[in-house]
Design a protein around this ligand. Sequence first.
Ligand SMILES: *Cc1c(COP(=O)(O)O)cnc(C)c1O
Length: 355
Amino acid sequence: MSLNIKVEKTTNPKTKPDANNLVFGHNFTDHMFIMDYTEGIGWHDPRVIPYQPISLDPSTMVLHYGQAIFEGLKAYKAKDGRVLLFRPNKNMERINISNERICIPPIDENFAIEAIRTLVDIDKDWIPEAEGTSLYIRPFIIATDPYLGVRPSNTYMFMIILSPVGMYYPEGINPVKIYVEPSYVRAVKGGIGFAKTPGNYAASLKAQVEAEAKGYTQVLWLDGIERKYIEEVGTMNVFFKIKGKVVTPALEGSILAGITRDSTIALLKHWEIPVVERRISIEEIFEAQAKGTLEEAFGTGTAAVISPIGELNWAGNKILINEGKTGELSARIYDTITGMQNGSLADELGWIMVL
Ligand SMILES: *Cc1c(COP(=O)(O)O)cnc(C)c1O
């Protein structure tokens, strides 16, 4: 694709937020990227414009049937001033996996990376530099036909917006309390659980709200058929360390293939720490705790990177994992991934793209 990105710069730059008090996903930079898709023409008119509201007909398909996908990745400013992206090719590959499932036409992955680089470069002064901060990048695609019939849209918009962020959880890398969800399910095999699409989030809100009301940060999702096997934790993948070995649920169609999950597995292999992808029942975790072999549990995702789990509540049975403290391995993975991301550690696995 030899598309030229047209750039229109803002004449009215915004005041930047205080880098020490960033709330996740709350502030947006001065510019945004948009490109349109029209059946018969393909993707066209890529452009960077001042950040602004978009106008949509009330009948626009995405508003009714949720035909949309999104991504999330981060840009960091290194101490030496370089701007670093973490595995952006993985996110763009995943956009097309999600697109395929949701009947959205594919994008050119290399061109999408070019769009991210162009936009981030224009707004690079927005990348915060304080410890634990970064610029969150949110690419997304929505179906834009003004039509109430149910079918895939013939027109789409691909947009990218940027948001300077601090730590995802106000608790930072401190362990969170997790409620094992006994009845609601997030996704089933054959459904859309492996796609990064808004419907999965709509499906998850009720359980999250109820867990929060009980004093928990997030829920641990069990499989949709037997409510027996562990799937994900909130909007993160999940790992357990049992007797020196690390286990994480295998990708069987209902789980999102996280890039932080993939990076964690690769790092563990690099360190020669045993790691297995397989089915894990919630019973197995509680039994391991009873035997004293459950050493650590943590979630992985771009937003929080690593989020240690300090407590699990399953049907009223509560267990405190690693005495409710951040485990050694959780901290090591967090320090390594964030160190590579912000350029303070060597990019040993070739994951960093310099802007
Ligand atoms: C985005 C997401 C993740 C984490 O994926 P990363 O690529 O590591 O950010 C995990 N689960 C769900 C449901 C997600 O949407």
